[in-house]
Design a protein around this ligand. Structure first.
Ligand code: SAM
Ligand code: SF4
Length: 324
């Protein structure tokens, strides 16, 4: 469906848990967050019910996210049931990759269409410092497993930081050199803990990468469901992408809404605007649910105000509770 300023909303990000097995410094505090109890977290049947109504309203693509989606037990069952919704064209997942190698056969069997692995550094010490866990080897193993299996299109997402060694950034980018994998660099957004982390803009990043990648040449290709734009590097099998919400604001083309693990349908990453679907799930009809989803979409703000992180109505959730 269209929102009130004519944007087509066809993409839903579904957070299946607010828990995570990492503690990335820009996303989650070291001590974690008080976990929601089981009754507060949507059951798979509720998520499916929401997705069915959302699909009737025009949602075509669903991203499974978290927290860390693979810590939710048997998430593949949800994927299988969402794949059975006739209007849904694609189910993808964003994961930190720690558990992915083990889960890969079940996810593929359930019908997952593509996966994105988040990987900020290939330096073991830095990984341990950034995520507060020593799991780099498992993430690398998972990436290798997806590449060797060859059935699931793979993207790698990296949130670079101001103090990061350019060689380390180039090492992450090099996944796109050796494999048909797209590596995307995401500008740190001033949401939750990201407000206090060293930001690196797309332009700064390009100037740090080019000594290693050679000239990055813009290409006019749509390689996903979102706002990334891509560059080609000589001799690279995949593309280098950038998701630059801060320096290249893309709200006018925003196509998405987000469902939190406890059932709030968020219209915009930066604002609290949206609808709590839990009361409708508990006591309403499918028509009521569709109305609530429509209401959330029609409330979608025109855009973020990352230049004013304390704007009225700014989100109080941290990123792990939203799902990115
Ligand atoms: N745990 C999964 C993962 O890490 O891919 C899914 C959830 S995580 C919140 C989704 C994405 O959001 C990750 O790629 C992460 O790097 C990114 N992210 C978290 N906080 C961010 C911030 N402040 N700015 C930009 N990206 C952020
Ligand atoms: Fe967990 Fe993903 Fe947040 Fe890192 S970015 S703490 S892996 S939810």
């Amino acid at each position: 469906m269209k929102d009130r300023i004519g944007r087509t909303i066809d993409y839903l990000r579904v957070s299946v848990t607010d828990r995570c097995d990492l503690r990335c410094v820009y996303c989650m505090p070291e001590e974690g967050i008080p976990p929601k109890c089981h009754e507060e977290i949507l059951r798979f049947a509720d998520i499916e019910r929401i997705c069915r109504q959302a699909a009737l309203l025009g949602i075509r693509k669903i991203k499974i996210t978290g927290g860390e989606p693979l810590v939710r037990r048997r998430v593949e069952l949800l994927i299988r049931s969402l794949k059975a919704i006739p209007e849904i064209e694609q189910i993808t997942m964003t994961t930190n990759g720690v558990l992915l190698a083990d889960k890969l056969p079940a996810l593929i069997d359930a019908g997952l269409d593509a996966v994105t692995v988040s990987l900020d550094t290939l330096d073991r010490e830095r990984f341990r410092m950034l995520t507060r866990r020593d799991e780099l080897e498992n993430v690398k193993k998972s990436i290798q497993a997806v590449i060797e299996d060859g059935r699931l299109p793979l993207k790698i997402n990296c949130v670079p930081m101001e103090d990061q060694d350019p060689e380390d950034l180039a090492a992450v980018a090099a996944y796109a050199k050796d494999h048909p994998v797209h590596v995307r660099f995401i500008e740190m957004m001033p949401i939750g803990l990201g407000k206090d982390c060293g930001f690196l803009s797309e332009e700064q990043l390009i100037s740090r990468l080019e000594p290693f990648t050679g000239k990055l040449v813009p290409v006019d290709e749509q390689l996903g469901n979102g706002p990334a734009h891509y560059y080609r590097a000589e001799g690279y099998a995949g593309r280098i992408g950038f998701i630059s919400a801060v320096s290249h604001k893309f709200c006018s083309g925003c196509n998405r809404v987000r469902l939190t693990a406890d059932g709030f349908l968020k219209s915009c990453l930066q604002f609290e605007t949206g609808e709590d679907l839990r009361p409708v799930l508990a006591a309403g009809s499918d028509e009521d649910l569709a109305e609530a989803i429509k209401k959330a979409i029609l409330k979608k703000p025109e855009g973020h105000h990352f230049d004013n992180v304390d704007a009225a109505g700014a989100e109080h959730r941290i990123m792990s509770q939203i799902g990115g």
